[in-house]
Design a protein around this ligand. Sequence first.
Ligand code: NAD
Length: 353
Amino acid sequence: MMESFVFPGLATRVVFGSGTIARVGDEVRRLGHGRALVLSTPHQHGEAEALAASLGDLAAGVFAGAAMHTPVEVTERAVAAYRESGATAVVSLGGGSTTGLGKAIALRTGADQVVVPTTYAGSEMTDILGETKDGEKTTKRSPEIRPETVVYDVDLTLTLPVGLTVTSAMNALAHAMEAFYAPDRSPVITLMARDALVAFRDGIPALIADPRDKAARARALYGAWCCSTALGYVQMALHHKLAHVFGGSFDTPHAETHTVLLPYTTAYNEAVAGAELRPIADAFGADTAAGALWDFATAVGAPIGLSAIGIAEADLDRAAEIAVKNAYANPRPIDRASIRALLQAAFEGRRPE
Ligand code: NAD
């Protein structure tokens, strides 16, 4: 029998395709704006300038200082640039770091956001903002944070390096994994999570063979949209908590951290949520969901084991301590000894049982 559910509806307009960057101007105008500040990281400054040039009078300038984990000092400079420019909207061109900066500006100024994602991290559909100040990361959720419009352009992902293609896909799959057992899940989100598994299962091996394979890029970017939607509309649990512990307290790289943890957080919860996680095992033709993700990660050359992100065995006690400091919802109860055992397994990097 169908279980009862609540589906809140999707708040963000999505434009998906090839060459869709040409529609950014129309999307800014559609929201009622005449001036938008274009945001990027220093690495994507050139692409941001090209977008601003194509926007003509709509572009109020470029701020190319976005950085990982949205440092508040960068946001303060960006807000000053935004106010000086006369813009009433931002166009965030890039991965999760640039999307984060756009969200931080929106939260402080009420700016509307048009996001043009170029990785699979999945910040664009969410109402979540993680910010860092004095080395501490805090997370906020608020309706003002959620972008108004997302323009997915497959062409912009052709340059994503193979390493980041793989880890960013694993980052996205982590959102799908936790969506399967989220207490507030609904059939729409579960369908999207299932579709994402197939998209990445087929897309990523093709992209390793040819990173400029446009059909495979489209499949992967579609998977990223599905996973971002899952992240934005249902609760995440242990996996995201542990990724936050390592990113926040050990300064490990974001996508890689998700990658090396995923098979082990999946195994931990599969012990009690086997039926919910079954679609993962089925999609990959494996015995278990955790085994499926480990096999996939290994096959696509993803980093395996916590040492790959610079964690030493001596760090595991402290990580377990931090991970159990505050209570949070998870299908399987959490205690220090079980989390320490999970981390040991993640450190050793063997295929989960
Ligand atoms: P990123 O945005 O830092 O990008 C990594 C690097 O790759 C940057 O130098 C970027 O300019 C470059 N890059 C991006 N796309 C490229 C492309 N197509 N071609 C070539 N280079 C490209 O990394 P990320 O993994 O996308 O995002 C990580 C950040 O996003 C973290 O700070 C994380 O906390 C945040 N995040 C937030 C949410 C949320 O909902 N709040 C969700 C996911 C991630």
